[in-house]
Design a protein around this ligand. Structure first.
Ligand code: FUL
Length: 634
């Protein structure tokens, strides 16, 4: 370098020093495995068991293994579709509540080994693992603790067998990124033919902390353990895929039973969507949500596959709120994903790429009101280098620095991305963003709980060239990223098949209650709550006798559970006098995932009158509630 250039460099940067005292970490910190997980952002969860062939959400455990025969099963088709959607991992539900194991386990006969699939010689978990790796995805497993098939369920022998199953999965399927343990366990089931209800003490039965999870830690040290309350990531408290607007990565787990440990299924879930500011442990939210209304495939949900725009909204409210997004994929009985699912995933992947590949803040310059030790190591330029861990920091005594940002030129954007260097903890309380417009600073947006990633979506795109960030923290903030994007438009459409839904004004519900029309007003937000008469049923009258093939029940959408049935029966009649039962069953998982429940009759039934008989109402209060009923004709 010429001497004059060197001199001018020294002259231009007279203030920058080489000091580099890092700020002290704040609060609890993420582990190595959690850091890696935060970088993943997106992965998928595959539900495919005999339950798929029974068109149910929860198998009872009594399905004959003979029905499990997916003639076209192709793990590669599924993994490829996930990868095209931008997902970085795939979790195989190796065993769901029905107890059927997708690998030839030594612990029970109830597995692929007893099915006609691949002549009983297949290992579906292995095929999913291979396909994941072939498509650049990490692999993980879900092993339901509840087992509605196993006759030993409820005894120590089953708990031991469960741990043996876990050991098999942790040993034979390569490096796993997660071991996923859902919270639903205990209740009625087949249990080797006993057909009874079994209750376990969830706080002691599985010995999660003492015996079960140590297996994962020993055999798969980098696998994130999921359950309602961690230890590595937490359930977000709903199956919509949305974290709360303010969602901290730290949490103080709360038990449902004071004095007892908070373990899967025994959790006070009130703080799961939001986490706790300064919580006791780093347990970020995992936002799980199925791509369809249910976790398993149902033909009548083919048109309800989430669109790329819906998936994008979930991305903003999960990854964009410091959590990860776990999307449920549901193969059809033939073992392939439906075309609608594949197309929507691909279009979502394209939308993500089109939106986030063009950082409109690239090339910007920034000047902070204070720079830590005036050191280049902590300089503002670190905000634009796309490195999650290089960061801007202020001096220890400056807790709310401001940073002025000059974009390379005028830009139109509607998304702002902020990140903290979380290796030093979740430090920021909040951030405010201002925009320079008409010769003054104007408030544009604000956010709390920044953490690993915070995406702020503006109501509408804005054009600007100068912005200001105001940071608020109890210690020196360590901001690692500032980026701007414009959401790419997706005009994706499914090929719709016609459904023969009866017009709403043809549905007459017989009741003296004046609010009854709320149950068929085409508005999911309105709820009909009622005390049922002595007979305890809801009666629907059609204008004339029709060939009825099904009914749907949309539960209330206001997050309350009062009046929602867990089980049902449907009866039909031609003359209103003689009735026959045409369907009976459970609304599996309706508490966690209150989506529309479709009841399909085995065959069309001539009916002028229909009775819906709700059973096992989830919560006391008014006896029955419904957002919407629909009736389907042949
Ligand atoms: C829940 C289960 O009950 C659902 O069926 C589904 O598997 C979901 C991902 O986890 O706990």
């Amino acid at each position: 370098m010429k001497r004059s250039n060197l001199l001018s460099l020294v002259f231009l940067c007279p203030l920058l020093s080489f000091a580099q005292t890092e700020p002290k970490p704040y609060g609890v910190l993420p582990s190595e495995r959690q850091l890696k997980w935060h970088e993943m952002e997106l992965y998928t969860l595959i539900h495919f068991t005999p339950t798929t062939f029974q068109n149910k959400e929860w198998g009872f455990g009594d399905a004959d293994p003979e029905i499990f025969n997916p003639t076209k099963f192709d793990a590669n088709q599924i993994a490829k579709a996930a990868a095209a959607g931008g997902f970085k991992g795939l979790i195989s539900v190796a065993k769901h509540h029905d107890g059927f194991c997708l690998w030839p386990t030594k612990t029970t006969q109830y597995s692929v080994a007893s099915s006609p699939w691949r002549d009983g010689k297949g290992d579906m978990v292995k095929e999913f693992m291979q396909a994941s790796h072939d498509n650049g995805l990490e692999f993980g497993v879900y092993l339901s603790a509840w087992d509605r098939n196993d006759t030993r369920y409820g005894t120590k022998a089953y708990a031991d067998a469960y741990r043996e199953q876990l050991t098999e999965l942790m040993t034979n399927y390569g490096t796993l990124f997660t071991s996923w343990h859902d919270g639903a366990n205990g209740g009625d089931g087949y249990y080797g033919g006993k057909n009874e209800k079994r209750t376990i003490d969830r706080t002691t039965y599985y010995e999660w902390h003492e015996k079960t999870w140590p297996i994962v830690r020993k055999l798969q040290p980098m696998a994130m353990i999921f359950s309602d309350v961690g230890p590595d990531m937490r359930w977000v408290g709903n199956e919509k895929g949305f974290a709360a607007e303010t969602s901290w990565a730290t949490l103080t787990p709360k038990s449902k039973t004071p004095g007892k440990p908070a373990v899967p299924g025994e959790v006070d879930d009130s703080n799961l969507p939001s986490g706790d500011r300064n919580g006791e442990f780093w347990i970020p939210a995992e936002c799980d949500v199925p791509q369809r209304p249910g976790w398993f495939y149902h033909e009548d949900q083919n048109e309800k596959v989430k669109t790329p725009n819906q998936l994008f909204e979930i991305y903003l409210k999960s990854v964009g709120r410091g959590g990860n997004m776990n999307l449920g994929l549901a193969p059809m009985p033939n073992g392939l994903l439906h075309d609608n699912d594949v197309k929507s995933l691909a279009a979502f992947g394209e939308k993500l790429k089109a939106t986030f590949s063009d950082n409109l803040a690239a090339g910007a310059t920034a000047k902070a009101s204070n720079l830590r030790e005036n050191s280049a190591k902590f300089a503002e330029k670190n905000l634009f280098d796309n490195d999650r861990y290089s960061y801007y920091a202020s001096d220890d005594n400056v807790l709310n620095p401001t940073i002025e940002i000059n974009l390379a030129h005028d830009q139109e954007f509607d998304l702002i991305r902020l990140r903290e260097n979380i290796k030093l903890g979740q430090r920021l309380d909040s951030v405010q963003v201002e925009v320079w417009s008409e010769d003054q600073w104007k408030p544009l947006a604000s956010a709390t709980s920044i953490g690993a990633t915070r995406l702020i979506k503006l109501e509408k795109p804005i054009r600007a060239s100068k912005l200001k960030l105001k940071l608020y923290a109890p210690v020196a903030p360590t901001l690692s990223d500032f980026a701007l994007f414009k959401e790419a438009v997706s005009d994706f459409k499914f090929d719709h098949a016609d459904r023969k839904k009866i017009a709403k004004d043809q549905i007459m519900i017989i009741s003296g209650d004046k609010n009854v029309k709320l149950a068929s007003d085409n508005d999911d937000k309105t709820v009909w709550e009622t005390i049922l008469s002595n007979q305890k049923f809801v009666e629907i009258r059609l204008p004339k006798t029709e060939q009825v093939v099904g009914l749907s029940y949309m539960p209330r959408q206001d997050r309350k559970i009062n009046g929602i049935p867990a089980k049902y029966e449907v009866q039909t009649s031609i003359d209103g006098k003689e009735w026959k039962t045409v369907a009976m069953g459970e609304f599996s998982n309706i508490r966690a995932n209150a989506t529309e429940q479709n009841i399909n009759f085995d065959t069309a039934h001539e009916a002028h009158y229909i009775r819906f008989i709700p059973k096992e109402i989830l919560s006391e209060g008014k006896e029955f509630s419904v957002a919407e009923f629909d009736v389907y004709l042949k």
